[in-house]
Design a protein around this ligand. Structure first.
Ligand code: TYD
Ligand code: MG
Length: 463
């Protein structure tokens, strides 16, 4: 019989080496390799028994049976990201930084679902049942028939879930705290997390329960350690937000049962997470449109239009090397827009500090924000407020040209819905005009600068 060997497993990426090393060759992380007892691998037991595989019937791609009904929690923004509710028998991983509100969101989902019937189980490996109950009471959910447990041993959890009525919805908070007796390493290691996930996913497939695994996230936004779990589950969602701001975004980065471009928007309140049906209104709240340096960007997050204010401050610098600071946007993108404004827009920014802020704590990744950022920067530099009722979008090329972006119709519709009367964008904009909006196209940053400067002159003349 084979001697039980141990192998060295990177806790960050799951790579296996034969010796201990200070640095993982696969992902480059330091001090992440830990000795773990080697698993014998799939099929090892059968080989030892000398067994031969059994043939099974294969099935057609066409299927006459009705599609399975999804498990709808009643928290609309969560169901939307799941693809219209959770699929029975599926496993979903929800990651997010500590304190972002994962446990809050999931206890709310549990309570909402349990109230509508079915067995709902919430297993916490981090908090006592008393703590979970206290939070639920604070959220006004104390009466909901959710079954609670504070357990971490996976065999016990699976046995408990398997006894009695089949559960409909199971939360395991968090997967990193779970451990199996069958595995010799400590909780949180890759083998434990993988083993526990496997056991839970198998249970989900057999019982038809939808299982949600909560995963911790490291600073750089990855699910800590076990990236392997991301491959095992059916869907991976991340719960994001800026600590100081109340809004939270739920995004799917993988979904076998739905689109990955849906986002869910929530606001953290004293009474837990509230769904935000109209994110644009949230981000534009408290806007002071009369001041120079602010432009409303008509953005799209996932498949959802989101209007947000981009604020710029361009001020003469007293420093040898002027400051460039940006919150909520890529610093490299700002540097590029500034370079294009200098080269093709004729602006002199070398002696100015530049600050750029996306209001409300949203992080924008779209290149379509270039034009709004440029408009805010020019507006601040020349001291002319942009029209209060205008939105901006478009990508800026290094040549200074304003390029077309996707979802133009969606952006215009959202702007019109929120009472904006003008949209400034790439030349293609006029073809997709919304009847309620005046769409004006700018072909280049040079014409953007000229238009903003001219509106400043016109304002002075009429005064
Ligand atoms: P929690 O769900 O415990 O976060 P996670 O499970 O992602 O670590 O949420 C923790 C934070 O949420 C905590 O700092 C306080 C805040 N919070 C509220 O603002 N209102 C509430 O009603 C609740 C329950 C929490
Ligand atoms: Mg938690």
């Amino acid at each position: 019989m084979a001697k039980s060997r141990s192998s060295y497993v990177c806790q960050n990426c799951g790579a296996i080496t034969q010796r201990w090393q200070g640095k993982c060759e696969s992902c480059g992380e330091w001090n992440t390799i830990i000795e773990e007892a080697a698993a014998l691998g799939v099929g090892a037991a059968a080989v030892r028994r000398g067994a031969v595989g059994r043939a099974f019937p294969l099935e057609d791609l066409t299927d006459d049976s009705k599609p399975v009904a999804r498990i709808v929690t009643g928290i609309g923004e969560l169901d939307r990201v799941a693809g219209g509710g959770f699929v029975p028998g599926s496993a979903t991983l929800i990651g997010g930084e500590p304190g972002i509100g994962k446990s809050t969101l999931l206890i709310q989902a549990c309570a909402a679902l349990a109230r509508r019937g079915g067995r709902v189980v919430y297993v916490s490996g981090e908090e006592s049942t008393e703590q979970v109950r206290l939070r639920a009471a604070r959220l006004g959910l104390a009466g909901a028939p959710v079954q609670l447990a504070a357990q971490t041993l996976i065999e016990d959890i699976v046995a408990t879930l398997g006894s009695g009525d089949a559960p409909k919805f199971v939360i395991v908070d968090s997967i990193q705290t779970m451990w199996s007796e069958a595995i010799e390493s400590s909780p949180g290691t890759v083998s434990q997390v993988r083993g526990a996930s496997q056991a839970l996913i198998r249970f989900a497939k057999l019982s038809g329960a939808a299982i949600i695994l909560v995963g911790h996230v490291t600073k750089d936004g990855q699910i800590a350690g076990p990236r392997v779990v991301e491959h095992m589950v059916d869907a991976v969602m991340s719960f994001e937000g800026e600590g100081a701001h109340a809004f939270r975004l739920l995004r799917a980065s993988k979904n076998r049962f739905g689109a990955t471009d849906e986002i869910g928007v929530f606001e953290m309140t004293g009474l837990g997470l509230a769904e935000v049906a109209n994110p644009s209104a949230l981000f534009l709240a408290g806007r002071d449109g009369a001041a120079p340096g602010a432009a409303v960007f008509a953005g799209v997050e996932g498949a959802r239009p989101v209007l947000v204010e981009i604020q710029a401050l361009v001020a003469p610098s007293t420093l040898g090397t002027p400051r460039r600071a940006v919150v909520g946007w890529e610093p490299s993108r700002l540097a590029m827009v500034l370079a294009v404004l200098e080269t093709h827009g004729g602006l002199k920014l070398g002696q100015h500090d530049v600050y750029l802020n996306v209001a409300g704590g949203l992080r924008i990744a779209e290149p379509a924000a270039d034009l709004a950022a440029a408009a805010a920067l020019v507006s601040s530099l020349v001291g002319v407020a942009l029209p209060h009722d205008a939105v901006y979008f478009g990508e800026i090329a290094l040549s200074g040209a304003v390029r077309s972006v996707g979802h133009v119709g969606l952006r215009l519709k959202e702007a019109a819905k929120l009472g904006f009367a003008r949209a400034v964008g790439p030349p293609a904009i006029s073809r997709e005009e919304d009847a309620r909006l005046t769409a004006s196209s700018v072909a280049s940053v040079a014409s953007l600068v000229a238009e903003i400067a001219a509106s400043g002159v016109a304002a002075k003349v009429t005064k």
